[in-house]
Design a protein around this ligand. Structure first.
Ligand code: ATP
Length: 457
C-alpha cells in the first residue's frame, strides 16, 4: 500500500491507495478543486476515514439518493419509507449479533506498528503474511469489533453504552411492527431507508470507497418463504435498473455469487454486485436472502410478536430479501464512469459525462460579455426564470466563454446557455451541448421545457 499525495493549489491530500493509480489521482484532485469532495476536518490535518461533500458533491449525492427513493419507495405501492434514529437501544445490536460478531480480523506489524485487515493482505510464497508497508513480521490476528461505542446521558458506565448504527437495516427491523400496525400492508411489502452508518474500519482507504462514516440506502423486503426465489430475481434486476438510472454502465458491474462457506449462516443466497473501480473490482452493493433470521432474532430480543398472518392463517415470521446500496460507493462509481478525457476543437479537455438527471448543475447561464449591462440584465432575467423551474441552474460570468465551457465541462454540466446580442433582438439563446460541443439556437422561453424533458430519469 502507498500514500497517494494529491496536490492541489492550496493543499495536499494523502489517500491510501495502490501505487500508480493515475485515474484515482485525477478524480480526487478534480473533486477537491471543483468542490465535490474535501478531506474531513482538513484545516486540522484531516481525520482518517472521513470525507466532506462540498456544494457540488452534495448535489450529486442528493440526486443519486433521490433517484433511489423515487424508484424504490415513492414509485411503488408495496414500499414504505422511514427515517429511524442513528442511536438505538444497545439491545438491538445484541439481538442482531453485531455486539458479539460484527468484527474484522486485525493484525499489527511488529516493527512499524501499522494495522491491517488480515483478510486483505496477500499471503507470500512462504505461506506467511508480512507487512505491506515495511515487510516485517505481523503479529497474531485478533477480532476487532467495528461498532463505534458511545455513552447516552451523563453517566459513563456500562449501563449507558450505546452504538452508532453500523448499518441502517436495524432501524427497519425495529419498525416492522409499527409500519404493520399503521398501514396493515399485505405481503410482500418492503421498508426502505436512507441514512448514515458508522464503522470503525481498521484500514479506511481508496477515497470514499471505504470510510468510517458513510451512507446506505437499504431495503428489507418482507416475503413468504415460498416466493423467495422469484423476489430475489426481481431485486436482482432492480439493482441493474437503478445503476442504469444513475449512469453506471452495466458492462462495469459484475455479479459475484457468494459461496455458501463465505455467507452468513442464515443467508440462503447472496450476490455481491462488484464494480470495476480504478483500483480494482470491488463490492458496490449487496443483495441477500436472509430468511427469517433478523425478525426472529428481534422477536426473541424484544419479546414482541414480529409476525404476519392473513385472515384464517396461522401467524408466521416473514422472510426477507435485503438489497443494500452504499451511497458513497455509488457516487464514486458514477464519478469514475463519467470521468472522460478527449479533444474538442483541437484542445485537450476533461469532462464528466454525467447523466443529466444526476448532474449537480443542469445548465449554466451566462452573458456573452460581462461588461455590457443590457446583456447581463437579460441573462439574469433568463437565469432567474429558469432557476424557478429547475433549481440546479448556475450563474457563471467568470473569465471568457472558453474558460466557462471548460469549467462547466469539468463539473459535468450538460448544457451552457449564452445570452448574446441576438437574444436582445429575437429572444433566442445558444445552447451548447457538453458532450459534442455543438451549439444550437433556441427560444429562451422554451429552455425550461427542453431541459425538463432531458433530465427526467
Ligand atoms: P466490505 O466487504 O467492502 O467491507 P460489506 O460486505 O461489509 O462491505 P455490507 O455490510 O454488505 O458491506 O454493507 C452494504 C453496503 O454498504 C456495501 O455494499 C457498501 O456499498 C456499503 N459499505 C459498507 N461498508 C462501507 C464503508 N466502510 N465505506 C463505504 N461504504 C460501505
Amino acid at each position: 500500500m502507498f500514500c497517494l499525495a494529491v496536490k492541489n493549489k492550496k493543499s495536499v491530500y494523502y489517500v491510501d491507495m495502490e501505487q500508480g493509480n493515475d485515474l484515482m489521482e485525477k478524480i480526487v484532485s478534480l473533486c477537491k478543486r471543483r468542490g465535490f469532495i474535501y478531506q474531513g476536518s482538513e484545516i486540522y490535518g484531516g481525520l482518517a476515514g472521513t470525507w466532506d461533500y462540498g456544494p457540488l458533491g452534495v448535489a450529486l449525492k442528493n440526486n443519486i439518493k433521490n433517484t433511489w427513493w423515487r424508484l424504490f419507495v415513492e414509485g411503488r405501492d408495496d414500499m414504505y419509507g422511514i427515517d429511524a434514529a442513528i442511536l438505538m437501544s444497545p439491545k438491538v445490536w445484541e439481538a442482531s449479533g453485531h455486539v458479539s460478531g460484527f468484527s474484522d480480523p486485525l493484525v499489527e506489524c511488529e516493527k512499524c506498528k501499522r494495522r491491517f485487515r488480515a483478510d486483505q493482505i496477500e499471503v507470500g510464497e512462504n505461506g506467511i503474511q508480512s507487512c505491506p508497508d515495511c515487510g516485517a513480521k505481523l503479529g497474531a490476528s485478533r477480532q476487532f469489533n467495528m461498532m463505534f461505542k458511545t455513552h447516552i446521558g451523563a453517566t459513563e458506565d456500562e449501563s449507558s453504552v450505546s452504538y452508532l448504527r453500523p448499518e441502517t437495516a436495524g432501524g427497519i427491523f425495529v419498525n416492522f411492527k409499527n409500519v404493520m400496525d399503521s398501514f396493515h400492508p399485505k405481503l410482500p411489502f418492503g421498508i426502505g431507508q436512507v441514512g448514515k452508518a458508522f464503522r470503525n474500519e481498521i484500514a479506511p482507504r481508496d477515497f470514499i470507497f471505504r470510510v468510517r462514516e458513510f451512507e446506505q440506502m437499504e431495503i428489507e423486503y418482507f416475503i413468504r418463504p415460498s416466493e423467495w426465489e422469484a423476489k430475489f430475481e426481481e431485486w436482482r434486476a432492480a439493482v441493474h435498473e437503478f445503476n442504469a438510472a444513475i449512469g453506471i454502465p452495466k458492462a462495469q458491474v459484475h455479479e459475484l455469487e457468494v459461496l455458501q462457506e463465505d455467507r452468513a449462516f442464515y443467508s440462503k443466497r447472496t450476490i455481491d454486485f462488484e464494480f470495476d473501480f480504478p483500483f480494482g473490482r470491488k463490492e458496490l452493493y449487496g443483495l441477500a436472502y436472509r430468511t427469517d433470521y433478523d425478525l426472529s432474532a428481534h422477536e426473541k430480543g424484544s419479546g414482541q410478536h414480529l409476525r404476519y398472518s392473513d385472515e384464517g392463517e396461522e401467524s408466521f415470521v416473514p422472510h426477507v430479501i435485503e438489497p443494500s446500496f452504499g451511497v458513497d460507493r455509488a457516487v464514486l462509481a458514477v464519478l469514475a464512469s463519467a470521468y472522460t478525457e478527449d479533444e474538442l476543437g483541437g484542445e485537450k479537455r476533461v469532462y464528466l459525462k454525467l447523466k443529466p438527471s444526476v448532474a449537480p448543475v443542469k445548465a449554466a447561464v451566462f452573458p456573452l460579455l460581462k461588461n455590457k449591462p443590457e446583456l447581463v440584465a437579460k441573462a439574469r432575467e433568463i437565469y432567474i426564470a429558469l432557476k424557478k423551474e429547475i433549481p440546479q441552474i448556475m450563474w457563471d460570468d467568470n473569465g471568457n466563454i472558453g474558460k466557462r465551457y471548460r469549467r462547466q465541462d469539468e463539473i459535468g454540466t450538460p448544457w451552457c446557455v449564452t445570452v448574446d446580442f441576438d437574444t436582445l433582438e429575437n429572444g433566442t439563446v445558444t445552447v451548447r451541448d457538453r458532450d459534442t460541443g455543438q451549439q444550437e439556437r433556441v427560444s429562451a422561453a422554451e429552455l425550461a421545457k427542453l431541459f425538463s424533458e432531458k433530465i427526467k430519469v
